[in-house]
Design a protein around this ligand. Structure first.
Ligand code: ZN
Length: 107
């Protein structure tokens, strides 16, 4: 089954990861501009979203499974905290809905 929520999240996360990774990490980058560390963080985050029994429809903060917890979540939040203000400037339409939902739940 195609999960369009995750497809959209993947594009958003890769754009966010590219901003963060370009500023923090040297060395080899993949086609999306991510180093292996950032790529694995994003893939782990997306994998949890794919596994979400609720189809990733709801705010994960309200989710009873808490599939976004763990090391990858810590790292993706660090990436988002850095990249979110820059993302709003570079990709305001793509960033708006996704980041508002994700970051609000962490305040
Ligand atoms: Zn990186």
């Amino acid at each position: 089954m195609k999960n369009t929520h995750v497809d959209k999240d993947r594009r958003t996360l890769e754009a966010i990861g590219h901003i963060y990774c370009a500023a923090h990490h040297e060395g080899e980058k993949d086609a999306a501009g991510l180093c292996p560390d950032c790529r694995s963080t994003i893939d782990a985050t997306l994998q949890r979203a794919t596994d979400c029994p609720f189809g990733h429809e709801h705010n994960c903060q309200d989710c009873t499974v808490h599939c976004q917890r763990g090391e990858a979540q810590e790292r993706i939040l660090e990436i988002m905290r850095y990249a979110a203000p820059r993302m709003m400037y570079k990709h305001p339409i793509m960033a708006a809905g996704y980041l508002r939902k994700k970051l609000r739940s962490k305040e």
